[in-house]
Design a binder for this molecule. Structure first.
Ligand code: PLP
Ligand code: LYS
Length: 480
């Protein structure tokens, strides 16, 4: 392809220190790496460059933007279901029965809960709000597990009322609260003890959860986990079914899972020795990493399942334990890659970095209110011009939001065509997990909708908030 007449030539552009390498050619600048983008995302055919917009499930993103507005989260149903099914199949070993719970905290709506049910998965919930969403979807409550370090009495009662299948208890206080609530209802709650296994997971500090100095779980090394088992076994309204550990999120290094599985089985051995009972279930949590960029190389569900099964079986044999039922709770690994956020470009501004480089600040119509992950965790994303293809040479760019905050960054360092202009659409890949779920109304910005796409048809999953929705929360000037 020919280079843009006005700009530098492809292949001759040097990136400043710390920035990714510039794309080698027009194709690379527009490529949709299947590792990062949902499975049905492709550039449409046609020779004219403007025809080569991105389609998802056969729908042109320009049509999606025209119909639903921007910013817009586009959820690829086929991709979501395929990932859920891949987890289900990976853990479907007749010799070692296992359950896969989709972690609804990553993203939950009634439609998504229905897909999860139809694909044969269970559901991990951690608040009353998530429970009510799943209940509204008619999700079988026996296939739900209730997590959280500070479940309120009201939430526990709500869960018991709906017959939630598992309670992952996180503190001594919760054991007392849950036992009392179950007793008052005349039911027996099935519980797993959330164990802090003391693993330093290799991920961002804010999303690591099994090292000692944090709020989740009952410490293994401090003896609290064993003490929790003792207390549960004394309470007739609770039934101990298992042990649970979740080491963190966006993890690539399997060593943490291995150590965690090893320590949970060792604890199961101690429980057997002290109480003469074998725990029936071992839940190893979620946290499986996904590719946000082409360099990320996550394990497949199958590889991960084989690894975890292997460890649990081996360790149980060594201790003479029956192999318990295994569970995992992937959230990000199912919904993360299935969603793309589509933004419209507004202001484009150039800033001279003083080192021979210029940075193009590309402002979009959303930002940290629909994706807080870059600001919060230094997360990295892949962005593409999705409404057309451009032959302009790439420029070092930063995609920023519209909020009153300089840290309002969506994609910190990327290369985008040098002719980006207001009205162009950008797509940010792999925004399914913890983006809409953690969205806010900062600066009174209404949260974007989630629209699912399949076979050329789009469907609103969560509608767009309106300024009226936000104003309705304001008590107004009249106090009556
Ligand atoms: C207990 C528990 N299970 C599952 C998950 C899901 O994690 P991920 O979305 O990284 O798979 C989380 C979140 O980190 C969690 O806290
Ligand atoms: N919210 C975090 C993950 C935490 C998962 C819940 N324990 C993220 O966006 O990566």
């Amino acid at each position: 392809m020919r280079a843009h007449p006005a700009g530098p030539r492809f292949g001759e552009i040097l990136a400043p220190a710390g920035a990714p390498a510039a794309p080698a050619d027009v194709e690379a600048m527009h490529a949709l790496d299947p590792v990062v983008w949902p499975s049905t995302a492709v550039r449409s055919g046609g020779d004219a460059l403007e025809q080569r917009a991105v389609t998802i499930a056969g729908i042109d993103v320009r049509d999606l933007a025209a119909e639903h507005g921007t910013p817009l989260y586009v959820l690829d149903e086929v991709d979501f279901r395929a990932r859920a099914a891949a987890f289900r199949d990976a853990y479907a070993d007749p010799d070692v029965p296992a359950d896969v719970f989709y972690a609804g905290k990553a993203f939950l709506s009634t439609i998504v809960a229905r897909w999860v049910q139809e694909e044969g998965l269970g559901l991990d919930v951690c608040t009353g709000g998530e429970i009510l969403t799943a209940v509204r979807a008619g999700f079988p409550t026996a296939r739900m597990a209730f997590h959280g370090n500070n479940k309120s009495v009201a939430e526990l009662d709500l869960a018991l009322e709906h017959g939630i299948g598992r309670y992952v208890v996180d503190s001594f206080e919760e054991i007392v609260r849950l036992a009392a609530a179950a007793e008052a209802r005349g039911v027996v709650a099935k519980v797993l003890v959330r164990v802090t296994v003391g693993v330093e997971a290799h991920t961002h500090e804010f999303i690591a959860t099994a090292h000692e100095d944090q709020k989740f779980g009952l410490s293994l090394s401090g003896g609290q986990a064993e003490e929790a088992v003792r207390r549960i076994l004394k309470l007739p309204s609770l039934r101990l079914v298992g042990l649970h550990s979740h080491i963190g999120s966006q993890i690539f290094d399997t060593a943490g899972f291995e150590v965690s599985a090893h320590r949970l089985v060792a604890l199961a051995g101690k429980v057997r020795d002290e109480h003469g009972i074998e725990v029936a279930e071992l839940d190893l949590g979620g946290g499986m990493g996904i590719a946000y960029g082409s360099d990320d190389d996550p394990m497949t569900p199958k590889e991960m399942a084989e690894l975890l099964r292997g460890i649990v079986v081996r360790e149980c044999r060594a201790l003479g334990l029956d192999v318990p039922r295994i569970a995992v709770e992937p959230g990000r690994a199912i919904v993360g890659p299935s969603m793309v956020t589509v933004y419209e470009v507004g202001t484009v501004k150039q800033v001279d970095l003083g080192n021979g480089h210029v940075r193009q600040y590309v402002s979009v119509d959303g930002g940290m209110s629909d994706n807080i992950r870059t600001a919060l965790y230094d997360a990295e994303y892949t962005v593409r011009l999705v409404s057309r293809v451009s032959e302009a040479a790439p420029v070092l760019a930063r995609v920023v939001g519209k909020h009153c905050e300089s840290g309002d960054i969506v994609v910190r360092d990327c290369w985008l065509p040098g002719d980006l202009a207001p009205g162009d659409l950008l797509g940010v890949a792999a925004t399914g997990a913890y983006c809409r779920a953690m969205a806010s109304n900062y600066n009174h910005v209404p949260r974007p909708p989630v629209v699912s796409v399949r076979d050329g048809v789009s469907r609103v999953v969560v509608r767009r908030e309106t300024p009226d929705d936000l104003l309705a929360l304001d008590a107004g000037l009249e106090s009556d």
